[in-house]
Structure formats: C-alpha cells, structure tokens
Design a protein around this ligand. Sequence first.
Ligand code: 6PG
Length: 240
Amino acid sequence: MSSKISISDSIEELSEQFVQLLVNGLNERKEYFHIALSGGSTPKSVYNYLSENYKSRIDWEKIKLFWGDERCVPPHHSDSNFKMATEYLISRIDIPSENIFRIQGEENPKEEAANYSNILLANIPAHESLPEFDLILLGLGEDGHTASIFPDSLNLFNTDAICAVAEHPITLQKRITLTGGVINNARQVVFLVTGENKSIIVDIILNKKDGFEKLPASFVNPDNGEVNWLLDRSASSLLK
Ligand code: 6PG
C-alpha cells in the first residue's frame, strides 16, 4: 500500500488533482472504470468542478458509478447522497443511466445491504472474491469515520460482508455502507478532506497520534492499492 498526501491552496486545485487521478486511472483501464462516490458535503465542489470542466473531456460511458455509502432515505430526500451526486454531477454529464448503480436507501436496510452486495459482485470484477473498485472516493468525519463506518463499528473492517447496515451514532440514522474489506480491496482510495474543522482529526490519523488506532479512517490501507489524501490548507494546517 502506498500513501500520498497532497495539499492544495484552493478547491479548484484540489478538484483538478482529483480529476487527474481519475483520468490517469481511466487511461489505464481498457474496460469499464468502477468508482464509488462519497457522500456528505465536501464532494459537492469537486463534482461541480468535474461537471463544469470535464463534461466533454471524459468518456463517461466508460465509467460505472456506485456509492461508498448511502443514508437510508428515499432518493429525493435532502440527506440522500444519490440526490447530491445527481444535483452536482450526474444531471450535468452524459453518463448512461445503465452505468449508475444507486443504493436504494428507501428499501429495508438489511435487504438493501444484501441486494447491493450482489449488485457489486455482478457488476465489478472481483479480486480475492471481493469487488475490486478502480477508485473509491472517501470523506472523513470529525470523529474519524469514513463512508458510514463509525468508531463504534470498527468490526466492519473485519467482516466478510460486502455491504453492511450502519447507524449514525448521534442521529441514529440508518446507513448502507461498503465494508472495510471492500474499501481495502480497491486499486485506489482518494480521501477528499477540506476545512479547519477537520485539521485535528487529519493530524491524529496521518501523524498516528494518540487514539488513531481507534479511528475507522486509520484502517483504510488497500492491500494492493494506493491511498491519496487530497487536503486543502485548512484541513492540513496541523501537519508539519
Ligand atoms: C456520508 C459520507 C461521510 C462523509 C463524512 C464527511 O454519507 O456522510 O459518506 O463519510 O464523507 O461524514 O462529510 P462532509 O464532507 O460533509 O464533511
């Protein structure tokens, strides 16, 4: 596993760095490129940059879109990661609808976790009998969570399940999430982290400070892949 840290002065620069990682990955793959999108708010500006500047410069037909996690809400709900990606990216690019694999947050969580696991197995080449994403985009919570693996569910890094039902520790909102095994089976993981409010957790994780070993994002170590941390100046302000 190789890990790189890039610090950008602007969201445009950070977004362009992400796009270069995406394009390089695309160019290396002859067949489809399988990417899991992240939710939350950080990716909005990156998706916006992508759709505004690369609408006609990327062969979207070569990309299959999945999600790293989804809130258990309908697709039109304001919390929906699918809704956010549709608003900032999907509705602005020419990607075939058959290339979009939405987690059905409106369905029974346990049933959808099983259903989406089967969808991943059926649509993504496997490595070591797990779906092997070409790129998994991740965010980072202030508590060190990533995807929807929260500190109280580190067991999701030690399960054979491909997707699992998770629960936000404060709101108790149910989520569907990729498990740690699938995340660590990816060819590439890209963390997008911005904002002063993430500086402490970034410092703890990247400098392995006290308690880092209890944080889900610390367990992201793809066996045969690379991790790229794309940070802005604020999120990296405590790194030396
Ligand atoms: C989600 C994400 C989650 C997110 C972090 C950071 O569904 O919310 O998967 O892991 O990336 O919570 O969220 P922000 O980008 O909003 O800070």
